[in-house]
Design a protein around this ligand. Structure first.
Ligand SMILES: [Zn+2]
Length: 104
């Protein structure tokens, strides 16, 4: 897993010299993203995009430097992960193997 330095958001708030809540948030998001692997980045940024709704992918692409496609993929993975995790939870682990104890 490669560690990249945190991406710096180029949005208008982050370009301001003074710190402001938006700038802090974007820096913290990018710090968090820099600690995640690629799949986790997609899922996290996809989730953030989902919170924003329409236009979220593009906004998150600006903030995090990930591509719009990557973020859209992350959102889709989140939707599917939810369903498949539930399916897995019902069965729970490997199929049971009947044990036969051999006695002589
Ligand atoms: Zn920003």
């Amino acid at each position: 897993m490669q560690k990249r330095p945190a991406y710096r958001c180029p949005c208008s708030e982050c370009r301001r010299r003074k710190t402001n809540p938006t700038k802090d948030l974007h820096q913290q998001m990018n710090f968090l993203v820099s600690t995640l692997d690629e799949r986790q980045q997609r899922l996290y940024v996809g989730l953030e995009s989902q919170k924003l709704g329409h236009g979220g992918d593009r906004q998150l692409a600006l903030i995090t430097g990930l591509s719009v496609d990557t973020i859209a993929k992350g959102r889709q993975e989140l939707e599917h992960a939810d369903a498949s995790d539930r399916i897995r939870a019902v069965g729970g682990g490997q199929p049971r193997v009947e044990k036969k104890t051999r006695r002589s």
